[in-house]
Design a protein around this ligand. Structure first.
Ligand SMILES: C[S@@+](CC[C@H](N)C(=O)[O-])C[C@H]1O[C@@H](n2cnc3c(N)ncnc32)[C@H](O)[C@@H]1O
Length: 416
């Protein structure tokens, strides 16, 4: 199977990092977060539009502090409760709020995709493509590394769990850095893994391992950035094995204190389960924010000024690549749905505007899964989005929504 690599290659990303601190809000979405008192403000910029932000109830004092810090007033956004606009010419990289980890980036449409999941405290959530997309590779390392992941964790409160999976190790590591910076990782596990084959359910479920399997497997202690030598050796070996294998074994690169991992052993964390166990002990909510051509993101299109417009056909228009992408998207959606509990909800989103990567994938998926049903996105009633071609699915159009382009479909899994 073809593995998709980011459009922006690793080298590109590294060379771009130096300009990160100079980035302005006009160039990218981001959000602000107040951590210690669980207050949150998130802000998003979009092209010619103002910036949006989200503020948790009760944080007015902090809002004033942040306004002081970024030297402007935050204006409330009518369609996203507790979100605020900010002028697009503000710089935040140098602000205290940013440096103290009160700010992280998210596009408003991306925020909406997470809200569509309707995460409740206590939920076990799977984010199958959790690392920041390559659209925002430049900015995401600082501003929005796994922004949806951060938002899910914020909505979850202090119970439940979030499992973030991504195939790109370096970008998932950036998400880990952000979780640590914002102290959001307590309930979170991060796996470098192929989302099309990932098969682990939340760690909070106690699974029986055979006596033989348990032997010689160390119990996970509290996570520290410094891994014991034995574990580093095991991981290095597993990477070597993965390199020559079609199927990548999941690698646990981070787990929070209350993610359910501490106290379990490897066999318990990595135990494979059957479909019956998944229907009972799988995830309550799954987000499949799939890899795509990013053609709905004006920010991404603007990157061609740097990359050169002659790379457009390779990066976006190449039909073979798009065909492969739709296969990948369908596989991600299918596996995400497999890991969903009966009665749970899955949100599929892409920032492509093409029918093939959105309605096309959804239609194909529905034709293959009788237990899947599209559901209305209740929260979307006042969103500046429009119905997509399939009933109950929607699109944020960058021309009319003042957000990045995004397609969202929400499914439930019927008990069969
Ligand atoms: C649109 S981005 C996700 C953005 C992220 N949700 C955020 O909010 O910042 C798509 C992600 O899918 C990942 N990806 C591509 N193929 C994958 C696969 N087979 N399994 C898991 N992740 C994959 C890419 O590495 C990329 O990080």
């Amino acid at each position: 199977m073809e593995m998709f690599t980011p459009f922006a290659q690793a080298g590109e990303a590294e060379s771009q990092q130096t300009s990160l601190e100079d980035a302005t809000m006009a160039e990218k979405p981001f959000c602000l977060q107040k951590l210690a008192s669980s207050h949150l403000v998130s802000v998003q910029s979009c092209d010619n539009s103002p910036v949006l932000g989200r503020l948790k109830p009760g944080s007015e004092v902090d809002l004033a502090e942040i306004e002081e810090d970024i030297k402007c007033k935050l204006k409330e956004v009518c369609w996203l409760p507790n979100f605020y606009y900010l002028p697009p010419d503000r710089r935040i990289a140098g602000t205290k709020a940013y440096q103290e980890g009160k700010i992280y980036g998210i596009d408003a449409a991306s925020g909406a995709a997470v809200l569509a999941l309707d995460v409740s405290p206590g939920d076990h959530v799977l984010d199958l493509c959790a690392a920041p997309g390559n659209v925002l590779q430049l900015t995401s390392l600082i501003f929005s590394a796994g922004a949806k992941l951060c938002t899910i964790l914020d909505l979850l409160g202090c119970s439940g769990s979030v499992t973030g999976v991504d195939i790109a190790r370096h970008r998932l590591a950036a998400s880990r850095t952000m979780l640590l910076k914002y102290a959001l990782g307590d309930l979170c596990r991060l796996f470098v893994a192929d989302g099309t084959t990932f098969s682990l359910i939340p760690s909070v479920v106690k699974l029986n391992c055979k006596a033989g399997e348990k032997e010689n497997t160390d119990t996970y202690r509290e996570w520290t950035p410094r891994r014991p030598w034995k574990e580093r050796k095991r991981v290095a070996k597993s990477r070597q094995d993965n390199a020559s294998s079609e199927i990548i074994d999941p690698e646990l690169i981070f787990y929070g204190r209350h993610s359910g991992v501490v106290g379990l052993n490897k066999c318990e964390v990595f135990k494979s389960v059957n479909d019956f166990e998944i229907s009972q002990f799988g995830y309550d909510k799954v987000l499949v924010d799939a890899e795509c051509t990013h053609d709905g993101s004006i920010k991404h299109i603007q990157k061609f000024e740097q990359w050169g417009w002659n790379t457009l056909s390779r990066r976006v228009l190449d039909a073979a690549r798009t065909d492969n992408l739709t296969v990948l998207q369908l596989r991600l959606l299918t596996n995400g749905f497999r890991l969903l509990k009966a009665g749970g909800f899955l949100v599929y989103s892409t920032c492509s505007l093409t029918v093939a990567q959105n309605e096309g994938v959804v239609e194909q998926f529905l034709s293959q899964h009788v237990s899947a049903e599209l559901v209305e996105i209740e929260a979307a009633k006042n969103w500046p989005c429009r119905p997509a071609r399939l009933p109950k699915t929607l699109r944020f159009d960058p021309l009319t929504s003042s957000t990045s382009g995004l397609f969202i479909a929400k499914f439930t899994k019927l008990a069969m």
